[in-house]
Design a protein around this ligand. Structure first.
Ligand code: E4P
Length: 216
């Protein structure tokens, strides 16, 4: 499974990339706004750090605006993926962009039928928002499972990015059902490394090593 970082923070991206486990990055207008820097410049900097897909979201809601923004964003770097919201205009734009060879990530997916439409339009990726589904007392991962079943039934090549990840259990469940990608906040990536028995084990080994050295 590929792991993307869901952040626009360069320090976090650098650290994740140095650990060797980050395959790409997703951003959204909220994450970009947190960094307080020009949008295009931020995307370019991210592309310079990570060798993999970097999602940048359009702001326009109409077809023409989305296409204009998408074509400009795609010029920033060959790894830029255009994030487009799941609307009729968005899907229309995905169809055109996919014919132009511009990669797309259809975002704000909350149902399998939305994912079906995105795949039919030729989306490179879809992003079901599991955390936001769970927030409404529904099962986000169940929706992901159904999307994967549909894609398998019809041999769609669209890859599923499990998004709106809140905790390591989301990543584990995504991996168990075999999703292509999980995009995770940096804090979740950090938690994935952790186990108290690992820390305790290291502590004990070092203590025993000290005793061994003293006795020689
Ligand atoms: C996905 O691509 C989005 O950027 C993100 O996962 C949304 O997560 P949130 O629900 O925590 O805002």
């Amino acid at each position: 499974m590929k792991i993307f970082l869901d952040t626009a923070n360069l320090d976090e991206i650098r650290r994740g990339v140095e650990w060797g486990v980050v395959d790409g990055v997703t951003t959204n207008p909220t994450l970009i706004s947190k960094e307080g820097k020009p949008f295009e410049e931020t995307i370019k900097e991210i592309c310079n750090v990570v060798q993999g897909p970097v999602s940048a979201e359009v702001i326009s809601l109409n077809f023409e605006g989305m296409i204009d923004e998408a074509r400009n964003l795609a010029k920033i770097d060959e790894n830029v993926v255009i994030k487009i919201p799941m609307t009729p205009d968005g899907i229309k734009a995905v169809k055109v962009l996919s014919k132009e060879g511009i990669k797309t990530n259809v975002t704000l997916i909350f149902s399998p039928n939305q994912a079906l439409l995105a795949a039919k339009a030729g989306a490179t990726y879809v992003s079901p928002f599991v955390g936001r589904v769970d927030d409404l007392a529904n099962d986000g991962l169940k929706i992901v499972e159904e999307i994967m079943q549909i894609y398998e039934n019809y041999d769609f090549e669209t890859e599923v990015i499990v998004a709106s990840v809140r905790h390591p259990m989301h990543v584990l469940e995504a991996a168990l059902i075999g999703t292509d990608i999980a995009t995770v906040p940096f804090s979740v990536l950090e938690k994935m490394f952790k186990h108290p028995m690992t820390d305790l084990g290291i502590e004990r080994f070092l203590k025993d090593w000290e005793k061994y050295k003293m006795g020689r």
